[in-house]
Design a protein around this ligand. Structure first.
Ligand code: SAM
Length: 221
């Protein structure tokens, strides 16, 4: 009997090792593909990324929103809202007069978010398609801009950050959040360099190597 138990234990252990090896190689393969080809991840995968485990233990929407130092009347732009859980956390904090413009490149993402906004009767989220290289906002008209696991997905991140700088108010904040399990994950120093190249000034960093949030502002020079 104990022999059987030992055999089953060993089989389970081998299966577990195979599973993690597979996961590792899938991750490496995904990173290589993402390095070679830049394209928005399909809309259905945003459902996988935005899951309760991540929101509860890894990237809590309330904490990300708190680090944006929001006030009630603010105009906020989010790039790449996905399912919109983080959008909602931010939108709640700027009620009653503030607005979040949730911008995505994919029709399917925006359609799903519009349906959610209508169903849950959220008054201050405006889902829209827009061009991140040429956003339809006036110069210096936006208080906060944030993007979670989105900027490294866009082929020319420095160009996007320059556009963010154009629409950001003088005392505004641009907040970039990344997560290691995202196949597009850049190191902090890479993202800081993009921001520097776009003429932005680093204000504050949060988190660790695995999951981080970096705040930038307009350089005063
Ligand atoms: C990895 S998902 C992240 C979704 C969400 N922010 C989250 O963290 O759960 C990236 C999102 O960025 C969007 N995206 C990719 N390229 C974009 C672009 N050029 N302009 C706007 N959104 C873009 C994708 O459609 C997708 O919704």
């Amino acid at each position: 009997m104990s022999n059987w138990l030992l055999i089953i234990q060993n089989i389970l252990l081998i299966l577990l090792i195979i599973f993690f090896c597979l996961l590792f190689w899938i991750f490496i393969l995904a990173r290589i593909i993402r390095k070679l080809y830049k394209f928005p991840i399909p809309s259905f995968t945003t459902r996988l990324i935005d899951n309760p485990i991540r929101r509860r233990f890894i990237q809590k929407p309330e904490i990300i929103a708190k680090r944006l130092k929001l006030k009630s009347e603010m105009i906020v732009v989010e790039i790449g809202p996905g399912k919109g859980k983080y959008t909602k956390a931010v939108a709640d904090k700027i009620l009653p007069h503030g607005k979040v413009y949730a911008i995505d490149i994919q029709e399917a993402v925006i359609k799903r978010l519009k349906e959610r906004v209508e169903k849950e009767d959220i008054p201050n989220i405006i889902p829209m398609i827009d061009d991140t290289y040429n956003l339809s906002f006036e110069d210096e008209s936006v208080d906060r801009i944030f993007a979670i696991a989105c900027l490294p997905e866009i082929p020319e991140p420095v160009r996007v950050l320059k556009e963010f700088k154009r629409i950001l108010k003088l005392d505004g904040i641009i907040s970039l959040c990344e997560l290691f399990i995202d196949p597009d994950y850049p190191l902090r120093r890479t993202e800081k360099k993009w921001a520097k190249d776009a003429g932005l000034e680093f204000i504050q960093g949060f988190g660790n190597w695995f999951v981080y949030q970096l705040n930038f502002g307009k350089s005063l020079n």
